[in-house]
Design a protein around this ligand. Structure first.
Ligand code: SAM
Length: 328
């Protein structure tokens, strides 16, 4: 089989020494004097906005043990702890460099740090967590690239390649829609990570990442270059490639495990102010200034990044209806 397995483990373990090249939404909102903060309706950091958003769907003040996978510089968790000091946090990260950064950022808080690949840790480590956060990291997890749709024509017993067999099993088990393209990419690591969380019945799970299925709202379509291509797309970054995520597959898995699933875009909880200046920046695609360019890409990301919230209890899912967001 002539597919490729894209992994970023070596990069994260051996080479990564900054996240500067991949300015995440969380990091771009951290500086309260930064250009991006000025366009927000609520001048808040990412972690605070996310905390408030999650609290619309389940009671964040009842959460005790929280696990953040791939927490980057640790800013999101710092915001959570500043908002709710009763949280008992654990950070797991594959990167020795970023674990050190997280230890610096969170030095005034009681936090457990684990340096490991989340996909390799034993299920027993997940016992007792109320909430798991995965923000902007599933794209780094292994992706199988350039698979042929023909793999669905071969009887399963005749498949000799264990990876292809595994992928066929995922499609069957979670009733995933077959890819429309002859050649497709598959977010294997994202599926495995979510499966691990769901089979361990984590009550609340949040995932946010670049999506290959996102569409901007109608009024922003003339301004933003976002197409729901439906197939995980390669993003080439410093020293590694990552892939956008096919969110509908994760959504299907959540339902399979009996979760209520809320799906939306980052723009739902990071609203920005609409005025003449923003309209100009979007209309000119930010090409007339560095700050404009940054703002343009930020706004584009607000609609290219999707989130999923998985809820185990019916009661909290009911609250999501009250809030009028789309429930799946
Ligand atoms: C793009 S950064 C995002 C950081 C942060 N969540 C944010 O939003 O700014 C991806 C993070 O995932 C971590 N990561 C990537 N693969 C991982 C794995 N297999 N297990 C644990 N952490 C991983 C990286 O080291 C890094 O901290």
């Amino acid at each position: 089989m002539d597919y490729e397995l894209n992994t970023t483990n070596k990069y994260h373990k051996e080479y990564l020494n900054t996240l500067g090249w991949e300015l995440t939404i969380c990091n771009s909102l951290y500086d309260d004097k930064g250009a991006i903060r000025k366009i927000l309706i609520e001048n808040e950091s990412f972690g605070r906005l996310l905390y408030k958003h999650l609290n619309r769907f389940f009671p964040m003040d009842k959460i005790k043990k929280v696990l953040e996978i791939g927490g980057g510089y640790g800013y999101l968790m710092k915001d959570f702890l500043d908002t709710n000091s009763a949280l008992i946090p654990t950070m797991i990260d594959i990167s020795p460099y970023l674990i050190k950064k997280q230890q610096e950022t969170l030095k005034n808080y009681k936090v457990t740090f684990i340096e490991d690949d989340f996909l390799l840790v034993d299920d027993t480590m997940l016992a007792g967590y109320d909430l798991v956060i995965m923000n902007e990291n599933l794209g780094d997890f292994p992706t199988v690239v350039d698979l042929k749709r023909e793999i669905f024509n071969i009887p399963k017993e005749a498949i000799t390649d264990p990876l292809v067999k595994k992928i066929r099993n995922f499609f069957e088990k979670y009733s995933l829609a077959l890819p429309e393209r002859d050649i497709f990419n598959f977010n294997l690591g994202a599926i495995e990570a979510l499966e691990k969380l769901c089979r361990n019945t984590i009550p609340y799970i949040y995932i946010g990442e670049h999506s290959c299925e996102a569409q901007p709202p109608l009024q922003l379509r003339p301004f933003l270059n976002i197409l729901p291509v439906g197939n995980p797309e390669r993003i080439s970054l410093m020293g590694h490639d990552e892939y956008t995520i096919k969110f509908s597959y994760l959504e299907d898995m959540g339902k399979f495990f009996g979760y209520n699933v809320i799906r939306g875009v980052f723009g739902d909880f990071i609203p920005f102010r609409w005025d003449k200046k923003i309209e100009y920046i979007l209309a000119t695609k930010g090409r007339y200034g560095d700050e404009d360019e940054m703002i343009y890409h930020f706004v584009e990301d607000l609609y290219k990044y999707e989130f999923l919230i998985f809820l185990k209890s019916d009661k909290e899912a009911h609250n999501s209806k009250i809030n009028g967001l789309k429930e799946y």
